[in-house]
Design a binder for this molecule. Structure first.
Ligand code: RAM
Length: 383
């Protein structure tokens, strides 16, 4: 049985690996890479590291997901209609299926806490074993998630966290300061070190975007290198394409001297890229984007609106969330810092839970990866 589960995982991992270009050294880091680490050794999802999964800490008897069969694992994303959320769900579902669990994906109608609370309440009534949520609000899900935990449901977050009291742990795509630093340096570089810039974010309550924006601001304020950059506004497109388009237009008309827009949201950056490129605007763009949506806009010349941007593998964010859910359900972890679990289909098979700095814990997937004209073609068909 152990071997059977392992060989299913290995096959899934190899398929993923081929999809992602196994052996290609230009892959986004899943763990421990650097911002533009062209040599990140994270491509061998079915490679030799993973072939040793039976020997990983705790052995396969303790490997995440050992007791997943027959259990119900739910994922609540931020909202429907966002391809990033669909990629996360794809990774989550892949892992839960390969572990023999039942997977329930909920994409709420809007990127609001209320819409997520309804989904969580209905999952509690269904008697699921775990809920993993990409939170639309840090605090507003607390009552619903505490109810879930009181009912014995294992609660975790991925992509965007709740407060510490509302979760057991969190699958974080990359270190918050690291993302803030990558974005701040991109703004500095693209603006030529001085001038007006603006942020086009998702919703005003989104925990992940707010944390990245805070990180950018504190980096900007604490280093005189950034003293000649002037952040004129943080606008919110609510992860809706039309509202993000409208907010981009508004920024252009309000700030005629604007040099750079930074959109730390895949929905916002795609909308802004189109507006800027269609208008042949001199305003340049960076942020966090899906290669599949941004390939047409990435380029070094005047004809393209985005010189470069960053992201991570959203499918892997979903996979990590699934392994965390499975490890919580089978008792391999409780969510405490220092605990480890194996994720046999992931690039680095062993993950460690660490302090998140908010009183709770997290597991970091890797580092933000830079997409530019040299590698965007390799990634546009992957995610
Ligand atoms: C959007 C969502 C998501 C975020 C990405 C970068 O798709 O807001 O939560 O992680 O952008």
């Amino acid at each position: 049985m152990r071997k059977k589960v392992f060989s299913v995982l290995l096959c899934a991992a190899m398929a993923t690996s081929m999809l992602a270009g196994c052996g290609d050294n230009s892959e986004p880091a899943s763990n421990g890479g650097t911002t533009d680490d062209a040599n990140a050794n994270n491509d061998a999802a079915g490679g030799s590291d993973d072939a040793d999964a039976d020997d990983a800490a705790g052995g396969s008897d303790d490997a995440a997901g050992g007791g997943a069969a027959g259990k119900k694992f739910a994922l609540v994303t931020k909202s429907a209609g966002n391809p990033y959320n669909e990629k996360e769900a794809e990774g989550f579902e892949d892992v839960i299926n390969s572990l023999g669990g039942e997977c329930i994906i909920k994409h709420p109608v809007a990127a609001t806490a209320d819409a997520q609370v309804s989904e969580i309440q209905s999952l509690i009534s269904q008697g699921v074993d775990s809920i993993c949520v990409a939170a639309n609000d840090e605090n507003a899900l607390q009552a619903a998630l505490e109810d879930a935990m009181a009912a014995g449901i294992k609660v975790s977050c991925l992509d965007s966290k709740t407060n510490a009291a509302s979760r057991m742990t969190f699958a974080n795509q990359a270190g918050t300061t690291e993302i803030g630093q990558a974005l701040m340096d991109a703004v500095y570089d693209i603006a030529g070190g001085e001038g007006e810039w603006a942020i086009l974010s998702a919703t005003s309550q989104a925990t992940n975007q707010n944390a990245w924006i805070e990180a950018m601001k504190s980096i900007m304020e604490s280093d005189s290198k950034y003293a000649n950059l002037n952040l004129v506004e943080v606008a919110y497109g609510d992860d809706e394409p039309q509202k993000s388009t409208d907010q981009t237009q508004a920024l252009l008309s309000k700030y005629p001297n604007l040099k750079v827009i930074c959109a730390p949201t895949t929905v916002g950056i795609a909308a802004a890229a189109k507006v800027l490129q269609d208008q042949s605007s001199s305003v340049k763009l960076t942020g966090l984007g899906l290669p599949s949506e941004m390939a047409a806009y990435i380029g070094d010349d005047d004809a393209h609106s985005c010189p470069y941007m960053f992201l991570w593998n959203p499918i892997d964010v979903g996979r990590l969330g699934a392994y965390i859910s499975a490890a919580l359900v089978d008792g391999t972890i409780t969510g405490a810092a220092g605990e480890t679990f194996t994720a046999a289909g992931m690039d680095n098979s062993e993950y460690t839970i660490v302090d998140a700095g908010d009183g709770g814990t997290e597991v970091i997937l890797g580092a933000p990866f830079k997409f530019d004209p040299s590698n965007i073609g390799d990634w546009k068909d992957v995610y």
